[in-house]
Design a protein around this ligand. Structure first.
Ligand code: NPG
Length: 389
């Protein structure tokens, strides 16, 4: 397997040796955020987000991170309670035993713990926020952003009826979204896609996401999607089936995009080499953090594979960080970087508002958003403080 080139991420410049703050305490805050409407995928229905927030208190200020794991292990094997356990008992002890650990050193410090990428990514996000705030630098600048706003798409859950789906899609198009992604599952696929394509016309950027709901035996059935000129079909088969995706790709004209399967830059390189995908959805939580996400981007860019930024129903904290990532050069397709009101009546940061189908990339230090502590407190279901030993 080709090992991808690993770009060097220097510690953020700004205050010389003092650029790496010392973390004194970590607050783990669990919040329950009601969704504006139930969100149905092939793996379940969600009505509320059970979010784990990581709040760092350091000698040079604070930092916030968000864990994208869901309450149930339906999308991947990770889930919120498990992430909290592994952070408390396995990850933080390894970091807090050291004096000062920079964000770029976390990966090696946490390498003895296998997997748990979403938990690791939540810590990395908080560490990056803390460190970059102290250095007065934005995450977007640190990652190498080349644009100040990004094109936004929206992910549309499986609707009860085709009529309801058409109304929902029309509502999002009225709001200005530049691309529609339809969640599909066996039996609620071909005719649903046909209805949206016929209702919205040939120019709509339209794609589908199966969340691993099909098997290779469904290849002929999935080939019926080819007539709708979709941008891509996302993750039709289970996450381990790279070879299956490569075989399926040879039977479809619609490009295959991988999401769940891509857990690292090395896997992305392998999947591309095998012909398992022509497009990659990058979700920092799924690959263990923003620095690995940047490496996935680089692997894809050098191989001519376009990428886009996925979404995991993030609050304003994760949304801000995703926008910074989506401003990198190879993010040439609109992402699931929707406005805050797509999911929440009230966000825990200043809300992200769609302007002409785009969201602005935050430019302030760190993630570039301020957490509304009063809102967090009103939604808190559990709070745990871990102090340095
Ligand atoms: O816009 O934040 C968003 C959500 C986009 O559809 C979306 N996410 O499979 O990509 C996915 C899906 C998802 C939803 C994944 C919930 C995990 C949980």
């Amino acid at each position: 397997m080709n090992q991808p080139a690993t770009p060097v991420f220097p510690a953020p410049a700004g205050r010389g040796a003092r650029a790496v703050p010392r973390v004194e305490a970590v607050e783990l805050v669990r919040i329950a955020m009601p969704l504006v409407a139930p969100f149905r995928t092939s793996f379940g229905v969600q009505t509320e987000r059970d979010v784990l927030l990581v709040h760092l208190l350091g000698d040079a200020g604070e930092g916030w991170g968000e864990c994208v794991a869901m309450q149930e292990p339906g999308y991947s094997s990770e889930y919120t309670e498990g992430a909290q356990q592994v952070i408390e008992h396995h990850l933080l002890p390894r970091i807090l035993a050291r004096d000062r650990v920079g964000a770029a050193e976390l990966e090696s410090a946490l390498a003895p713990v296998r997997g748990h990428r979403m938990a690791k990514a939540a810590l990395e996000m908080a560490w990056l926020d803390l460190e970059l705030r102290a250095a007065g630098r934005s995450l977007a600048a640190y990652l190498g952003a080349v644009r100040s706003e990004v094109d936004c798409g929206v992910s549309v859950g499986i609707a009860a009826t085709t009529q309801e789906l058409l109304e929902t899609v029309a509502g999002y198009l009225d709001q200005g979204y530049r691309r529609i992604k339809l969640k599909i599952e066996p039996g609620l696929d071909i005719e649903r896609v046909r209805a949206v394509r016929e209702g919205c016309g040939p120019d709509l950027l339209l794609q589908v996401d199966a969340n691993a709901a099909y098997t290779l035996d469904d290849a002929d059935h999935l080939a019926r999607l080819d007539e709708f000129n979709l941008v891509l079909i996302e993750q039709p088969l289970p996450e381990e089936e790279l070879l299956g995706h490569a075989k399926l790709a040879r039977r479809l004209t619609t490009p295959i995009c991988l999401d769940e399967s891509i857990t690292s830059a090395a896997v992305a390189a392998e999947a591309i080499e095998m012909g398992a995908c022509g497009i990659v959805n990058i979700k920092p939580g799924r690959v263990g953090g923003y620095l690995e996400a940047r490496r996935v981007h680089d692997v894809c860019a050098t191989r001519g594979v376009p990428v886009w930024c996925g979404g995991m129903l993030e609050t304003g904290i994760g949304r801000a960080a995703n926008l910074a990532l989506a401003a990198l050069p190879d993010f040439t397709l609109p992402g699931d970087t929707s406005a805050s009101d797509r999911y929440f009546h009230q966000d825990i940061t200043e809300p992200f508002v769609l302007e002409n189908g785009r969201l602005r990339v935050p430019t302030g230090p760190g993630l570039g958003v301020e957490v509304r502590r009063d809102v967090v407190d009103s939604l808190t279901t559990r709070r745990t403080v871990i102090r340095r030993p």
